[in-house]
Design a protein around this ligand. Structure first.
Ligand SMILES: Nc1ncnc2c1ncn2[C@@H]1O[C@H](COP(=O)(O)OP(=O)(O)O)[C@@H](O)[C@H]1O
Ligand SMILES: [Mg+2]
Length: 604
């Protein structure tokens, strides 16, 4: 079931048909749509009744028949007011329903897209910029909101007004109407042609905005680096180029739209003025009453207004079609890491003497999807018994972190298997697998929340006491207590208010709180000074007792006490053994050890 499809290049799809992709999101609200439709029909009918009332007023009222005339005028005005009341209520109801739908559906789409995106594997985030995803979640969904919240109802209303107005025109004067129809037909063609162009440009303009926010997002997350290298000016320039690009594209769209609007209005009103001139002649010749001409004028302006509005709406709808296309693309991306259809249970492997999980690698070969030429890991085989501590050493880039990524199943190996408690991890439910693993990553992530919540991330339902116990184990309790508000202290976005070592201890506390059978430590003590390392080291040794631990480390103090040491180079295991046996072997490890003992004699 693992369909491999990374974000595909954007495919040109056929115009407004793309909006069909929104149907699944609209379906749950059928009832509200029907209500909105009813309100719309009532309001359109009321609008169409107004010119008729006018004609009555002019022909029968102002025609001057004494007492009856005045009565008629009163009645007509009363009727006119009644129509206005209906129009007001129905329009408000339509606005309410339709705006509600727009907000509701947009909210649903945002939720669905976000929920989908956060299940993607790291591969997705290597190829997609987060700024782009954010832009889709905000800008694109807002466009869709416009369409559902206003454009659809505007389109429907104007189609109704157009059709109704046309019918009434014919009833009023078939001759003038026939002429006007021919002229309107000539208007439609340029509108359709221009509309196509506008749609393409609107898509471009959205893409440019996504580019700009991606640039900004990355830079804002790296301000100290930007300022340290005094790149503020360059970055401001880069952003400026990006948004100016967006502006230029937007301007091309706006120019096309303006032209479209101008052409539409000129043609429509030109036709109407011409026909009115004919009408005025008819009135003077006596073949038409003044009231009829008045009615005709009003209907004609309704029809013209409807056409104008429709061309506006087309523009919006086409922009929304672009937005929908992009959101649907995002929704269609399938993570290459899928849950198995029938996940196996994870057997418990605890025995009396040894707690923890067993882990085995069988001839694992892996290369990153973005680098298919070079294998990050190859021919990796490994057997780790429950409760063991295995240290992994090797130079930077040897593939140590990659190994952890595979164990967490962020990627699937191209060849070979990884077994947890004897079960291929590809056969396990992803949450079952990851719940069994505690990880302290190389780059610790701190969320913008307080210390308590940051540690509790390891186990959502942990009590405050459990959190504090974990913090104590990770030698984090003391420094947290000394923060201005203790455990309630806000740690800043990405933990900017902590030192590297403090962040690392929070991450260790988080992993310990989870109390997993398998613990993965990726240079978990690298950012610590000698004093806190000694503290954390003690804590980690305690924590390692009842579980299986894989520890990537550079410091020999950590490595020496491991049950087994694995030395990696260029994605291979080159040596395995204990500290003593490897030193005796006199290979890669012995060299490393010699260096380390010289450097760290004071520490040990
Ligand atoms: N996401 C990635 N995409 C492509 N290559 C990667 C990625 N992450 C790491 N690599 C490459 O894989 C190799 C192993 O990296 P890593 O496992 O992080 O090494 P380390 O042993 O220092 O932890 C390196 O050559 C690195 O450049
Ligand atoms: Mg690493």
């Amino acid at each position: 079931m693992s369909t491999t499809s990374s974000p595909t290049p954007l495919s040109p799809r056929s115009s407004l048909a793309t909006l069909k992709g929104l149907l699944p999101f609209l379906k749950p609200y059928r009832f509200q749509f029907i209500l909105a439709g009813l309100a719309l029909i009532v309001a359109a009918s009321a609008t169409l009744a107004i010119p008729y009332a006018f004609r009555q007023m002019i022909d029968l009222g102002f025609g001057g028949h004494g007492e009856r005339g005045i009565q008629h005028v009163n009645l007509t005005f009363l009727a006119l007011f009644a129509v206005a009341c209906v129009l007001g209520i129905a329009t408000a109801a339509r606005f309410y329903m339709v705006s509600w739908l727009g907000e509701r559906v947009t909210t649903d789409i945002r939720k669905a897209v976000y929920a989908h995106v956060i299940t993607q594997s790291p591969e997705f985030f290597e190829t997609t910029q987060t700024g782009e995803v954010l832009s889709r979640l905000t800008t694109d969904t807002t466009l869709i909101q416009t369409v559902i919240g206003t454009s659809i109802s505007m389109a429907l209303r104007n189609v109704l007004l157009f059709l109704g107005g046309m019918a009434m025109l014919f009833i009023t004067s078939p001759k003038l109407s026939s002429i006007i129809i021919v002229m309107l037909a000539m208007v439609v063609l340029p509108i359709v042609l221009f509309g196509r162009r506008v749609r393409k440009l609107s898509r471009d303009s959205q893409d440019r905005i996504a580019d700009a926010s991606a640039v900004a997002g990355e830079i804002l997350n790296a301000m100290p680096t930007v300022q340290a290298f005094t790149h503020e000016h360059i970055e401001a320039q880069r952003f400026s180029v990006s948004v100016e690009g967006a502006f230029d594209t937007a301007m091309r769209r706006i120019r096309a739209r303006s032209l479209l609007t101008m052409v539409a209005i000129l043609l429509v009103f030109g036709a109407i003025v011409f026909v009115l001139w004919l009408g005025a002649n008819s009135v003077m010749q006596g073949s038409m009453t003044g009231g009829e001409l008045g009615q005709f004028i009003l209907y004609a302006s309704i029809v013209a207004g409807a056409i104008g509005a429709l061309s506006e709406v087309m523009g919006d709808a086409q922009r929304a079609a672009g937005a929908t296309e992009r959101l649907i693309e995002l929704m269609e991306v399938q993570s290459p890491i899928q849950n198995p259809a029938h996940p196996q249970r994870l057997p418990v492997k605890h025995s009396q003497e040894a707690k923890g999980a067993s882990l085995a690698l069988r001839d694992v070969k892996f290369y990153y999807p973005s680098r298919p030429q070079t294998a990050a890991l190859s021919h990796l085989s490994l057997d780790i018994q429950p409760g063991n501590t295995v240290a992994i050493v090797g130079s930077s880039g040897a593939g140590k972190t990659t190994l952890f990524q595979l164990i967490m199943r962020f990627y699937d190996p191209q060849h070979g298997q990884i077994l947890l408690n004897g079960v291929d991890i590809a056969q396990l439910d992803l949450h079952v697998l990851r719940d069994a693993i505690g990880i302290v990553p190389q780059d610790t992530i701190i969320f913008s929340a307080n210390a308590m919540e940051n540690i509790r991330y390891g186990k959502a339902d942990a009590s405050d006491a459990e959190v504090i116990a974990a913090a104590k184990m990770a030698a984090a309790h003391e420094f947290i207590e000394r923060l201005p508000d203790g455990y309630q202290s806000f740690l800043g976005e990405r933990g900017v208010r902590l030192s590297g070592g403090q962040r690392q201890r929070i991450a260790i506390a988080r992993a310990l709180l989870k109390n997993p059978p398998l613990l993965l430590l990726d240079e978990a003590t690298s950012a610590l000074d000698a004093e806190s390392e000694r503290l954390v080291q003690g804590a980690l040794e305690l924590a390692m007792q009842d579980r299986t631990t894989l520890i990537i480390a550079h410091r020999l103090a950590t490595v020496q006490r491991a049950d087994r040491i694995i030395v990696m180079e260029h994605g291979h295991i080159v040596e395995t053994g204990t500290h003593t046996s490897l030193v005796e072997l006199g290979g890669v490890y012995a060299k490393l050890a010699a260096l380390q003992f010289d450097l760290h004699r004071d520490d040990d």
